[in-house]
Each structure stands twice: as structure tokens, then as C-alpha cells.
Ligand binder design. Structure first.
Ligand SMILES: [Zn+2]
Length: 247
């Protein structure tokens, strides 16, 4: 038992585990929005998300009411209206109602790219107190930046409900300034992006070892997004790259 405790102590003080710890801390710092799922049941797919989807944009909405994210999703889950959305964000958390691999009916554009190829994010409490709404918006900016970052997308992928069908939505976000919100997302995205440059021609690998499958080489000067690191390897948007080849 004593030996076991010593091992644990040893684990915490090795430089490698220190790296890990720093990495974990960084993740905790940036992944700061609490998320939970409350997905529609499969029997409701026919009303809420009948089609498979490969998304290429993110559409921002305001709920036009004062309900919490959880209530908003709970309501969507239990009715059979042909309206639905993927995520709702309030001052506390982001709640998912529809998998992002399926469509949702949120854009008012029929079978257009809004309803069929866009991830919808509802920002809650747009008719309540302005200070609470601004907290919801701030959380949404952080959350949307995470969605973009995860797909290696930029803010050019953001759309308003208005862009698809001319509806005054996201009404409060637009009233306060759409570009202001896009800039908020960009600021959060900058915090998440750890961009490095290839300093010597290198072959990305499927796994973090030199025997694993090799992909097409990257030229000197190629910018890569680093998502996580081990002692010798960086995991990037091109898969694993030997750390010494990046700066
Ligand atoms: Zn909308």
C-alpha cells in the first residue's frame, strides 16, 4: 500500500506528467462552458431531425423568450412541431437537443442549406434582463468558438437565421450588433488556436510513432493547428507531427 502511494507521488512529479498536467489545465481553462445532452428520442426523429447531415455552417438564433437552455430543449423534445435546433445556451450551460450529424428545422428555408446543412445555436433569454442576456451571449461566443475550433472553421462559417429566410432573428444579438457578436467569437477563437509553423519538411503520421501510416508531406512554412501534445509529438489538423518539425 505504501509503495502504491509512492508510485502516485512519483507520477505527479515527473516532468512528463507535469506537461500533462499543464495541458489538462489549459483544456480546463479554455473548455469553460458546461455542456450536457438531452437528445430527442429516436421516435421523434421524424418530426425533429429526419435527415442525416454533414454541416458546413453554424446558424445563430435568439429564443425570443426568457426560458433557460434546459427548458428550451425540454420543450422542443416533447412537442411534435416541425421546429427544432441543435444547441441552446444560457448564462449557465449549453444543452444539446439534436445530434449535429442530423438536420434540424430552424432556418425557415425549407430544404435549403440552413435547415439541411447548418448547426443551430439558440442564445437564450433574449426577452429578459439585458445583463443576463449578455451573459448568455458571452457563453454562446465561447461555445460557438469551440464548435468552430473543433472543425477547424473560421467565423466566416457563422450565419444568422436572418440570412436564410429574412426573419428578425437573432433579434437581440442583431439589435446589439451582429458584427460585435462575430468579433466576440473571433476573440474566443484566438484563445483556442495554438498555431505553429512547419520548420522542416515533414510527414504527418496516423499515430504518434515513426512506424505508423505516413500522409502527404507538409512544406516548410505550413501553418498547423496544434490541439494537444505528448513528449515528442503534436496532434494537429494534419494528424500527428513530430514536435521538432514545428515552431
Ligand atoms: Zn431563429
Amino acid at each position: 500500500m505504501f509503495y502504491y502511494k509512492q508510485k502516485i507521488l512519483f507520477f505527479y512529479i515527473t516532468p512528463r506528467s507535469l506537461n500533462c498536467f499543464i495541458f489538462m489545465k489549459k483544456e480546463v481553462c479554455t473548455m469553460s462552458i458546461a455542456k450536457r445532452k438531452n437528445l430527442v428520442s429516436r421516435s421523434m426523429y421524424k418530426y425533429k431531425c429526419p435527415y442525416k447531415m454533414e454541416p458546413n455552417t453554424i446558424t445563430i438564433h435568439n429564443t425570443d423568450n426568457n426560458a433557460s437552455a434546459f427548458s428550451e430543449v425540454a420543450y422542443m423534445r416533447r412537442n411534435t412541431h416541425l421546429t427544432s435546433f441543435h444547441w441552446a445556451v444560457d448564462e449557465k450551460e449549453a444543452v444539446q437537443g439534436i445530434p449535429t450529424t442530423r438536420n434540424a428545422w430552424h432556418s425557415g428555408d425549407g430544404n435549403g442549406d440552413g435547415n439541411r446543412k447548418s448547426i443551430s445555436v439558440e442564445i437564450c433569454r433574449s426577452t429578459g434582463s439585458l445583463s443576463v442576456f449578455k451573459k448568455c451571449e458571452k457563453n454562446a461566443a465561447i461555445f460557438v468558438a469551440e464548435l468552430l475550433h473543433h472543425r477547424n472553421w473560421g467565423v466566416d462559417r457563422l450565419r444568422r437565421h436572418y440570412d436564410w429566410s429574412g426573419k428578425d432573428c437573432p433579434h437581440m444579438t442583431m439589435k446589439l450588433g451582429w458584427l460585435r457578436f462575430v468579433n466576440m467569437v473571433q476573440e474566443e477563437l484566438y484563445k483556442l488556436d495554438d498555431i505553429k509553423v512547419v520548420t522542416k519538411k515533414t510527414y504527418p503520421r496516423k499515430k504518434n510513432n515513426l512506424l505508423s501510416k505516413k500522409y502527404s508531406p507538409l512544406k516548410v512554412g505550413t501553418k498547423v493547428h496544434v490541439y494537444k501534445e505528448t513528449k515528442h509529438w503534436s496532434y494537429t489538423n494534419y494528424k500527428w507531427i513530430f514536435k521538432k518539425r514545428l515552431k
